[in-house]
Design a protein around this ligand. Structure first.
Ligand code: SF4
Ligand code: SF4
Length: 105
């Protein structure tokens, strides 16, 4: 794991991060996007591209009310490593913790 998307992405999903990811490891969920922890090559391009400052390095993702490192790991557990977001459609799904968050707008 390297970079992690956090709560600022929920219900925003403008996908500026996917435009800059060189390995297509940012997957669209139902209410937010998720970085695949095993496919990310730790380049940092998405961090500076995100207008919500929602992307953080895992070392800076201090567990708050929600541990988004665990969220990402658990989100991808059922599908393994698809090898790119074009290989699988996860857009109907969210981690249960994310799905349960109140609407932000
Ligand atoms: S750090 Fe780089 S490889 Fe990892 S998700 Fe962001 S843009 Fe993609
Ligand atoms: S750029 Fe930020 S807010 Fe936009 S989809 Fe990516 S992580 Fe979410």
């Amino acid at each position: 794991m390297s970079f992690v998307i956090t709560q600022g992405c929920v219900d925003v999903m403008d996908k500026a991060c996917t435009e800059v990811c060189p390995v297509d490891c940012i997957y669209t969920g139902g209410r937010m996007l998720y970085i695949h922890p095993d496919e990310c090559i730790d380049c940092g391009a998405c961090e500076s591209a995100c207008p919500q400052s929602a992307v953080v390095h895992e070392d800076d993702a201090a567990p708050g009310p929600i541990d988004f490192r665990a969220v990402a790991t658990e989100f991808f557990a059922p599908v393994g490593s698809p090898g790119g977001s074009t290989e699988v459609d996860l857009s109907a799904a969210d981690h249960p913790v994310v799905a349960a968050l109140p609407a932000t707008h």
